[in-house]
Design a protein around this ligand. Structure first.
Ligand SMILES: Cc1cc2nc3c(=O)[nH]c(=O)nc-3n(C[C@H](O)[C@H](O)[C@H](O)COP(=O)(O)O)c2cc1C
Length: 207
């Protein structure tokens, strides 16, 4: 089993990476493989709403990030989406990537347990978590929690060592995610399949 740890920061060795390392360490103890997928500092375009992905099954813009994420989602069994907080919201780049990845590749995330993490110097974590959680809760993804909201504090990675509560939240989150993944795997091995999807009804508030 594998967990994809999406890092919505530009910084390879920043605070968000440190939080994900704590999660990765516990997943390894639980016998679960993980990979940090860094969004990084390359140019990323927004979703333009062209809907070409409906036919293609991937994003029409081949800028090397979104379609790579969709490909990795296909072979992942769980996810953590982590972001630094910018002006009390998630990084603009993680939103650009997730808008496109979920629109084009939603079915590859569905029924896989996941959670979100926000890293800030001081404020804006819960508002950021609310935004990221919405990708999961519109995609049939079981949302895994910890013993507190999934935030951790620091301006730079080294600061996170002082946030012992934050590091513990990350470890508990990882253990809970591993447990949910193992329960799903056990169910699958005993004939318990994911629920059948009804055909989507769209009422667009047009009368
Ligand atoms: C443009 C920008 C906006 C920021 N806004 C906030 C904020 O609203 N609240 C906060 O606590 N920290 C804010 N920060 C600080 C970052 O969230 C913090 O330094 C974080 O640890 C960076 O994570 P990273 O090293 O993974 O990129 C901001 C940083 C930048 C660059």
């Amino acid at each position: 089993m594998k967990v994809l740890l999406v890092n919505g920061s530009c910084n390879k060795n920043g605070s968000t990476n440190r939080a994900l390392e704590e999660i990765s360490k516990v997943l390894k103890e639980e016998g679960i493989e993980s990979e940090i997928f860094l969004i990084g500092n390359k140019e990323i375009r927004d979703c333009t709403g062209c809907l070409a992905c409906r036919e293609l099954g991937k994003c029409v813009y081949e800028d090397g990030m979104v379609n790579e994420l969709i490909e990795k989602a296909k072979t992942s069994d769980g996810f953590i989406f982590a972001t630094p907080v910018y002006y009390a919201h998630p990084s603009a780049r993680i939103l650009s990537v997730l808008d496109r990845a979920f629109y084009a590749g939603k079915k590859h995330f569905a029924f896989k347990p996941a959670s979100t993490v926000a890293v800030a110097r001081r404020s804006g974590t819960t508002a950021s978590l609310d935004v990221l959680n919405k990708y999961l809760t519109v995609s049939n993804m079981p949302l895994v929690s910890s013993n507190y909201w999934n935030n951790i504090h620091g301006k730079i990675a080294a600061d996170l060592e002082q946030d012992q509560e934050g590091l513990q939240i990350m470890r508990i989150l990882a253990r809970n995610l591993a447990w949910v993944m193992k329960c799903i795997e056990l169910g699958k091995n005993n004939g318990l399949e994911r629920p059948e999807l009804e055909e989507k009804i769209m009422t667009n508030y047009i009368r």
